[in-house]
Design a protein around this ligand. Structure first.
Ligand code: 13P
Length: 256
């Protein structure tokens, strides 16, 4: 099928200018020998996009953790896709669970942001995932479907070439509690089946679906070994260049 593995480092609201630059330099070094078959992207906080972009070298790409829907205007505190591109970002996250559940972003807003990111020419990593309560109620696939449908509303089959879906169960984020490879695989397979329904088999087979939630060097290979898990979105472990490098190496071993 030839899906290129994808590993993203979501630094969240961590680092400062000096430590961000140092981490970027260390990530460049830790990943330089990894196969080019893995796409590696770091997502630093907005203020450090420029220095991090200067420090990551040619192998690692630059991403933003969020983006606003509008191109410019009276939107105090927001950052447009054009501004992100101007700072060298080639990727942006939308719908991260912290934005949904801490900042209160709706499915509709996530959809509008996703369209804005794609219209602005960037690759969009669309995050979806259920809470613990929803999982325990057996609603995992329903929640993933609802969030994915809303996020991809108005996105064409051609547009899907620049979409990566990140399945991040909320209960696994920052908790040290990883989804079992089998549970994650099940959710990924359901998401891929949904893409086949929303688009067609070709789009479903070509779209990267990555897993996020307490991924570490020690559990990455087993997760990435699942047929529908095409890499990971890494939080805590992405702040340690060596650990992040080990995760990228695990992704490089993935054969589709
Ligand atoms: P952790 O890897 O810290 O669990 O975070 C996952 C995540 O939210 C990545 O976007």
């Amino acid at each position: 099928m030839g899906r290129k593995a994808f590993v993203g480092g979501n630094w969240k609201m961590n680092t400062q200018r000096e430590s961000a630059t140092a981490l970027a330099t260390a990530v460049a070094k830790a990943t330089e020998k990894a196969s080019r078959d893995v796409e590696v992207v770091v997502f630093p906080p907005f203020p450090y996009l420029l220095p991090v972009g200067d420090a990551i070298g040619p192998r690692v790409r630059l991403g933003a953790q969020d983006a606003y829907t509008e191109a410019s205007g009276a939107f105090t505190g927001e950052v447009s896709v054009a501004m992100l591109a101007d700072c060298g970002a080639t990727h942006a996250l939308t719908g991260h669970s912290e934005r949904r559940h801490v900042l209160g972003e709706s499915d509709t807003l996530v959809g509008a942001k996703t369209r804005a990111v794609l219209d602005g020419g960037l690759t969009c990593v669309v995050c979806v995932g259920e809470t613990l309560e929803q999982r325990e109620a057996g609603e995992t696939d329903t929640v993933n479907e609802r969030q994915t449908r809303a996020a991809l509303e108005g996105v064409s089959a051609e547009g899907m070439a620049r979409v990566v879906i990140a399945y991040e169960p909320v209960w696994a984020i920052g908790t040290g509690r990883t989804a079992s490879p089998a549970d994650a695989q099940q959710a990924h397979a359901a998401l891929r089946a949904l893409l086949a329904k929303l688009y067609d088999d070709k789009v479903a087979a070509a779209t990267r679906i990555i897993y996020g939630g307490s991924v570490k060097g020690a559990n990455a290979a087993e997760l990435f070994g699942q047929p529908d898990i095409d890499g990971g979105l890494i939080g805590g472990a992405s702040l340690d260049a060596e650990e992040f490098g080990a995760i990228v190496t695990a992704a490089a071993k993935k054969v589709h």
